[in-house]
Design a protein around this ligand. Structure first.
Ligand code: C5P
Length: 234
């Protein structure tokens, strides 16, 4: 790519496009356990770029602002340049994953209303959970901003949950990251099967990165990502 690389994460590269825009290139890498398992899954970058673009367009069409502007190529998104906040915000509808390990909550318990959690983006410390006091002390965000983010998370859920349900898919949980632009909080990063949990309604079949986290072979993971994109986009 002929643009200046600004940063590189486990699954994406960020390039300077112009003064107000960046390019987000989705790589074919897949990782789990803070990088403990790592593989190349051919074509995954394209699938994730397309999935994220599709879902960001859906959110935009319902009045939720994201950093999505358009596509540069099939695996590269043109996005607004944001000042990213190094916090992962998780919304949970149905219990699974880290919450059933941390708290006396059983797999499959339904949260009504949903539970929202904040985590520091810090691989070395395994992304510790944050409360409003931690976030204010670490100058990550003010309480008012955290409350605004919670409001956005709930709105996103109110759009995504019924949308997936109409495709016979259940949204267990999802993670978003936020950035600032002109005093506004805007959704950045990605919304893909790497960052949400999706199960088929009825069968309970896993379609997301948990397949990889639980040790499934790469072909199975690829098939699930393909099937998911097909089901949401048709
Ligand atoms: O592992 P945990 O149950 O806390 O994950 C909650 C949600 O956040 C899941 O959808 C998972 O894919 C996502 N997540 C993420 N990046 C992380 C940790 C979790 O996208 N570093």
């Amino acid at each position: 790519m002929e643009f200046l690389k600004l940063s590189e994460g486990k699954t994406k590269e960020v390039y300077a496009y112009d003064d107000s825009r960046v390019l987000l290139k989705f790589k074919d890498s897949i990782t789990a356990g803070d990088g403990a398992r790592k593989d190349i899954l051919e074509g995954k970058g394209i699938l994730n770029a397309q999935t994220s673009a599709f879902l960001f367009r859906l959110l935009e069409s319902k009045g939720i602002e994201t950093h999505y502007i358009g596509m540069f190529d099939e695996r590269t998104m043109i996005a607004k340049k944001l000042k990213m906040i190094p916090v992962e915000v998780v919304l949970r509808n149905i219990a699974t994953g880290s919450i059933v390990k941390r708290l006396p909550i059983k797999e499959g318990e339904v949260f009504e209303p949903p539970i929202i959690e904040f985590f520091l983006k810090d691989d070395e410390r395994h992304d510790p959970m944050l409360n409003y006091y931690h976030m204010e002390y670490l100058k990550l965000m003010a309480r008012k901003e955290a409350e605004k983010i919670e409001e956005i998370m709930l709105k996103v859920n109110e759009i995504l949950y019924p949308f997936f349900k109409s495709k016979k898919l259940l949204l267990y949980d999802f993670k978003l990251e936020f950035g600032r632009l002109d005093g506004k909080l805007i959704i950045g990063d990605e919304l893909t099967l790497d960052s949400m949990r999706i199960r088929e309604e009825g069968s309970g079949r896993i379609l997301d990165k948990d397949l990889y986290r639980k040790g499934a072979d790469l072909e199975t993971v690829k098939k699930a990502y393909e099937e998911f994109f097909k089901r949401i986009s048709e």
